[in-house]
Design a protein around this ligand. Sequence first.
Ligand SMILES: [Zn+2]
Length: 234
Amino acid sequence: MLLQNLREQVLEANLELVRRGLVLYTFGNASGIDRDQELVAIKPSGVPYEKMKPADLVITDLKGKIVEGTLRPSSDLPTHLVLYRAFPKIGGVAHTHSEYATAWAQARKPIPCLGTTHADSFHGPVPVTKSLSEKEIDAGYEENTGHAIVRSFSSIDPAAVPVVLVANHGPFAWGPDAATAAHNAVILEAVARMAYLALGINGQAEPIKRALHDKHFLRKHGAKAYYGQSGSKA
Ligand SMILES: [Zn+2]
């Protein structure tokens, strides 16, 4: 079987989304990529999580051709592939319909950075994509969803803001591997909920100051990071 390790990592990322309550039934999927072989492992479509085994994951190339697997890949595969092609440093993608992040996506509002929980993980507001046109929905819908995401990152570094809200749909998250993509999806849901609550308490709540935002993000990420133990992500 190809890519045993990657299969296990991707299965674990999918299960993490379920454990954290981000996935309703089968509305969610995670994938990972082996950059050397340019092969992607993704959740199969519609298989119950509790029965999923590493062998059930589907291996495809970057064009979506199935290289190994008997099941159909998640229908969102083309969105994942656009992200892998456009963001060459990412190694994993996660998609959910988690409640609060999806509420912001449905409201088509970017999530402002109101506090340090957000600033620790995302270096800026969480962007929301433009809506797809009828033509984009009609043909190549899932691929066009990926293009809409990429367009909204024309002036944002996808490593600094590894999450997005797809208008009227829900969140996508990514990271250097599938586990980090799932982790970012979990943090995004928490941040979306906190922002919703904070704005309910004070509708005029101001975004965090740039200096505090930078302090929190840069002490955990990048060349000058000093938070946690060396080599750890927490
Ligand atoms: Zn979806």
